[in-house]
Design a protein around this ligand. Structure first.
Ligand code: SF4
Length: 287
């Protein structure tokens, strides 16, 4: 493996939305002492553990709140949930990413303008639950057109947005199928690109890198939507593995590889990326 090259994607890792949220949480901890977050700040175990050591504790449900200060995560929340929190006289630190906020506003505006809103995304993801909430009951979260076809009262005006971290090719393909299936019977279809451009930039950089390497390693949370999308983008091009920590690297993956590419999910701490590079070097490669 001597002489092998490790190359980082031009854009990777912790995004501005998560960095901003970490900053807000650190300021809040300094001011209030321990605080709770409704769900993990982002889908990365290392990040959540590092914040826990400062006094930021994730809870899964509003019923579990023990303190008086609660943070909304980067993924945002529905108006109903926010109203419920307000009724409990809990102080809120809102770290909703501005890009997610924009998608929430779009969902609300489409619903208010009379559109039924289709959200291309995973229905059980916290961001998508929040987006659905902003449609005021006029939304449906789907990942394929078959699920739209099962919509009982087929609407005549459709507004279509995406979960921010979906891939552009997948959204374009979904949009194309939606037009071919529903176009003829629908009076209006309005598509709004709510994809996160930070994520898109990282996905494009990962794809370019995958084309010139023999192995891609994605470091990110096993339950992170954007880390799994990076894997989905690189896998058809080159052998790709997802790891959460550097010690999950299997030395056999490096066998006969001259050029290794690395990328990282938007919630992966910088230190985790550096640990990964150190580990690869210790396995006999050179950067
Ligand atoms: S991935 Fe994009 S939408 Fe999500 S927190 Fe980061 S900047 Fe915001």
């Amino acid at each position: 493996m001597k002489g092998m090259k490790i190359e980082k994607a031009e854009k990777l890792g912790l995004c501005f939305g998560v960095r901003r949220a970490i900053k807000l949480l650190k300021e809040a901890v300094n001011q209030y002492g321990e605080i709770e977050t409704l769900g993990p700040l982002a889908h990365n175990r290392l990040l959540v553990e590092s914040l826990a050591s400062l006094g930021v504790r994730p809870i899964n449900d509003l019923k579990e709140v023990k303190g008086k200060v609660l943070a909304i995560t980067t993924h945002g929340a529905s108006p109903t949930l926010l109203a419920e929190i307000a009724s409990k006289q809990i102080h809120v630190i809102d770290t909703t990413c501005p890009i997610v906020r924009k998608a929430q506003n779009t969902a609300r505006e489409l619903a208010e303008a009379g559109f039924d809103v289709i959200i291309f995304g995973e229905g059980n993801h916290s961001e998508v639950k929040g987006l659905l909430g902003h449609t005021g009951g006029k939304g449906l979260a789907v990942l394929n057109t078959e699920q739209v076809e099962a919509w009982v009262n087929r609407p005549s005006r459709l507004g279509i947005i995406s979960q921010t971290t979906q891939t552009r090719p997948a959204f374009i393909e979904f949009a194309g199928r939606l037009i071919s299936v529903f176009g003829p019977g629908t009076s209006e279809m309005r598509f709004v690109n709510t994809l996160c451009q930070v994520t898109q930039g990282q996905q494009d950089a990962a794809m370019r890198l995958a084309h010139r390497t023999q192995l891609m390693i994605v470091i990110g949370g096993s339950n992170s939507a954007n880390a799994s999308h990076l894997v989905a983008i690189c896998s058809p091009i080159v052998e790709t593995h997802l790891v959460e920590t550097a010690d999950e690297i299997d030395g056999s993956w490096l066998s006969a590889k001259q050029h290794i590419g690395i990328t990282a999910g938007a919630s992966t701490p910088d230190e985790a990326v550096e640990d990964l590079i150190d580990r690869l070097r210790s396995l006999g490669t050179s950067a």
